[in-house]
Design a protein around this ligand. Structure first.
Ligand SMILES: Nc1ncnc2c1ncn2[C@@H]1O[C@H](COP(=O)(O)OP(=O)(O)OP(=O)(O)O)[C@@H](O)[C@H]1O
Ligand SMILES: [Mg+2]
Length: 243
C-alpha cells in the first residue's frame, strides 16, 4: 500500500441526506469508522517516513496514541447521539462546551489550567461537520494542556465559536509559551497537527496559526458557502500538500 498518498478520511462513506434516522445513524457510524481508519493511516504514514523499525515501547506508544483518538471519536458519537442533538443541525457552541467539560474530566495532565468556553451563538452545523470540528478542537485543547505551560503554572485556554458574514469561526487560544520559531504548523508536528490539517482540509475550512509572545491562537473558519457543500469525505488523491 502506498501509505504516502492515503489521506485522512479516505475510505469514508459519502453523507447522503436522508430523513430516515436509522440510515442517518448508520452513516454517522460509517463516517466515524472512516475517521478512525484515517487516524490509523496517518500514523502509518508517519512511521513510514521515519523509515526505521520501532522498539516494543515505541510501538506501544503509537498504538496508545491511536487508541486515545478512537476513544475521542466514540465520545463525540455518544454526545451527538444524545436526544435533541443533530436532528436539525448541531448547535456547535453547545457541543464544544460539552467537549471541553469532558476533556477537563478525562485529561490527566490538565492540572489547574482553566478552560473557558465562549459561544457567541448562531453556530449551527451539520452532524457530519460537527465531529471533525470537535476533533480539531480536541487536538488543539489537548496540545494546549500538554505544552502551553511547561513550567506547570495554571494556564488559561479559551475555546470560542461565532458566526459572521464570512462564515463560522472557531478559535482555540492559550496564554502559554507558543510554538518555537523553527516549528511550522503547516507542515511540522506529530499525529495531532496532521489530524488537524487533514480534518480542516476535509471540511474545506481555513486554518490560521498565530504564535506570539503570549501563547498560541488557532483559528478555523468554515466559509459561509460551505453550509450547503457536501464535505468531500473522499478527498481527491495525489493533490498538493497532502499529509
Ligand atoms: N499550544 C501549544 N503551545 C506550545 N507548543 C505547542 C502547542 N501545541 C503544539 N505545540 C508543539 O507542537 C508540537 C506538535 O504537536 P502535535 O499535536 O502535532 O504532536 P504531539 O502533541 O507532540 O503528539 P500527538 O501526536 O500525541 O498529538 C508539540 O510537540 C509541541 O511542541
Ligand atoms: Mg498533540
Amino acid at each position: 500500500m502506498d501509505v504516502e498518498h492515503r489521506g485522512f478520511g479516505d475510505a469514508a462513506v459519502r453523507h447522503v441526506g436522508s430523513d430516515d434516522r436509522l440510515s442517518e445513524a448508520q452513516h454517522r457510524i460509517a463516517n466515524n469508522l472512516a475517521l478512525i481508519a484515517g487516524y490509523t493511516r496517518l500514523q502509518a504514514t508517519r512511521l513510514h517516513k521515519a523509515g526505521r523499525p520501532l522498539s516494543a515501547r515505541e510501538a506501544c506508544i503509537v498504538l496508545e496514541e491511536v487508541a486515545a483518538r478512537i476513544e475521542t471519536v466514540g465520545e463525540l458519537h455518544r454526545l451527538l447521539s444524545a436526544p435533541g442533538h443533530g436532528d436539525s443541525g448541531v448547535d456547535l457552541g453547545r457541543f464544544l462546551a460539552k467537549l471541553c467539560d469532558s476533556l477537563m474530566e478525562t485529561v490527566s495532565f490538565a492540572g489547574d489550567t482553566v478552560i473557558t468556553h465562549r459561544d457567541l451563538g448562531g453556530c449551527i452545523v451539520r452532524p457530519d461537520q460537527a465531529t471533525p470540528m470537535a476533533l480539531i478542537v480536541s487536538e488543539l485543547v489537548t496540545n494546549a494542556l500538554k505544552y502551553a505551560h511547561p513550567s506547570g503554572v495554571a494556564g488559561r485556554i479559551l475555546v470560542s465559536c461565532r458566526s459572521n458574514a464570512g462564515g463560522l469561526v472557531v478559535e482555540v487560544v492559550d496564554d502559554g509559551v507558543g510554538l518555537s520559531e523553527t516549528f511550522d504548523p503547516l507542515t511540522d508536528g506529530g499525529l495531532g497537527f496532521r489530524v488537524v490539517r487533514g480534518l480542516a482540509r476535509q471540511l474545506g475550512a481555513d486554518l490560521v496559526y498565530e504564535s506570539g509572545d503570549i501563547g498560541l491562537t488557532v483559528r478555523l473558519t468554515l466559509g459561509a458557502d460551505d453550509d450547503h457543500r457536501v464535505i468531500p469525505l473522499w478527498p481527491e488523491r495525489g493533490g498538493p500538500d497532502r499529509d
